[in-house]
Design a protein around this ligand. Structure first.
Ligand code: AMP
Length: 420
């Protein structure tokens, strides 16, 4: 038997109402903030990701699904969205049309990571990107959007962590300090951290290994070595978060796994989803557009994992959705009325009603069972004497009340009854 690929998941009809509920909240909140949806292709030229996320990052060096197409072009399934959004922003000169452009997306992403609860190889992210302003108010706005979405889902156990990575110049100075601090401890670092010492020393802070964290105790922190502008920027972000009542913690070790960040970085963590606890990750990326060949465009964004959010919602039991129910189920009393019943259903559907009936020539009893299963609000019985008189019997499944209805008035009667 052929099975779904490891790390991928079918989203079955029984789960889809929760996804729709989440997607509706995402769309509603982004629209309140006047963000417009963008959809970019699932695959891009491989170089786009190396040049934006960074060749030395885990995503690019280990996790990408990369292959050659028939024209021998190296293609990669998108592991995140910001690179594609910035590519589209430059390609379509979106900045020329509007000085500040606010975008959001909902899309599958692909990373070849070791699958576990909350970590998949095809997963879904939603996220927002604001391009064209260096205002710290936008950093706070994006934190607010992601926080408000999680809150609207009923999640409680959330921690917002923020940090600033400064600008490349101050970061380079700081990296020297950190290198000096770790130099005589280098041999004791884990293998991964030793590699990072040479390639991406900040990422040592990300290490989950206790002995690495022990060695980092007392290390100089980037947040204490920021340039003046980054420091001011961070102050305003904090002030604004206070104003809009978003509780946050400063986490000087929050370095994030992507190279393009400048100044603010943030994460939202849920304590309810085990080791894969980051629900949201984001930050400012003021230099990325230029790096990809566009005009200098300060920007800020975030991405959020939807499977993880739904896991957190489940473990907090934060919302419940009712299964979709249909408006009317038509029960055919006389077998020869098959054609008439399907014709009636199609008329009702064209009037905007959710209608269904039995396609399998089943008994009246079996049809009733089906009507109950589909949670129909009304059941319409067609056949017998009533049919000869151009009438049908309509039963309200909630109250049990039944009445005779003229067949040519079915749609108006149903629409009026459903309004009540
Ligand atoms: P990142 O782009 O790595 O900052 O990820 C942003 C968010 O996407 C994370 O906080 C997670 O919620 C989610 N995410 C990242 N990688 C995965 C994955 N492999 N499986 C499921 N969710 C993920």
């Amino acid at each position: 038997m052929i099975k779904a690929i490891r790390g991928t998941k079918d989203i079955l009809p029984s789960e889809i109402s929760r996804w729709h509920y989440l997607e509706n909240i995402i769309k509603q909140i982004f629209s309140n903030f006047n963000y417009k949806e963008i959809r970019t292709p699932v695959f891009e030229e491989t170089t786009l990701f190396g040049r934006s996320i960074g060749e030395e990052t885990d995503i690019v060096s280990k996790e990408m699904y990369t292959f050659k197409d028939k024209g021998d072009t190296s293609i990669t399934l998108k592991p995140e969205m910001t690179a594609g959004v910035v590519r589209a922003f430059i390609e379509h000169s979106l900045g020329g049309q509007q000085p500040l452009i606010k975008l959001y997306y909902i899309s599958p992403m692909f990373r070849q990571e070791r699958p576990q609860a909350g970590r998949l190889r095809q997963f879904h992210q939603f996220g927002g990107e604001a391009l064209g302003s260096s205002s710290p108010v936008l950093d706070a706005e994006l934190i607010q959007i992601s926080y408000d979405i999680l809150k609207s889902l009923g999640l409680k156990d959330l921690t917002v962590k923020i940090n600033s990575l400064g600008v490349p110049e101050s970061r380079e100075d700081y990296k020297k300090l950190l290198r000096e601090f770790l130099l005589n401890k280098k041999d004791k670092l884990s293998e991964d951290s030793r590699k990072r010492f040479d390639t991406n020393i900040l990422r040592i802070f990300d290490s989950k290994i206790e002995s690495d964290q022990e060695l980092l105790k007392g290390a100089p922190l980037l947040i204490d070595n920021l340039d003046g502008e980054s420091e001011n920027h961070f102050e305003v972000v904090k002030e604004y978060l206070d104003k809009i009542s978003i509780p946050f913690e400063i986490d000087p070790k929050l370095v994030r796994g992507l190279d393009y960040y400048t100044k603010t970085t943030f994460e939202i963590i849920s304590k309810k989803v085990g080791s894969q606890s980051a629900l949201v990750g984001g930050g400012r990326y003021d230099l990325l557009a230029e790096q990809l060949g566009g005009k200098p465009t300060p920007a800020v964004g975030f991405a959020s994992g939807m499977e993880r959010i739904l896991l957190a919602c489940e473990s907090e039991n934060s919302f419940s959705v009712k299964d979709d129910n249909i408006d009317v189920y038509i029960v055919r009393i006389d077998e020869e009325l098959e054609m008439f019943v399907s014709e009636t259903a199609s008329k009702l559907r064209r009037s905007g009603l959710k209608a269904d009936y039995d396609y399998l020539k089943r008994s009246v009893k079996a049809q009733m069972r089906e009507a109950n299963k589909s949670n129909a609000k009304f059941v319409l019985f067609i056949g017998g004497e009533e049919y000869k008189n151009k009438m049908a019997n309509l039963k309200n499944m909630e109250t049990g009340e039944q009445r005779s209805v003229q067949l040519d008035k079915l749609d108006t009667v149903l629409i009026n009854s459903l309004k009540r």
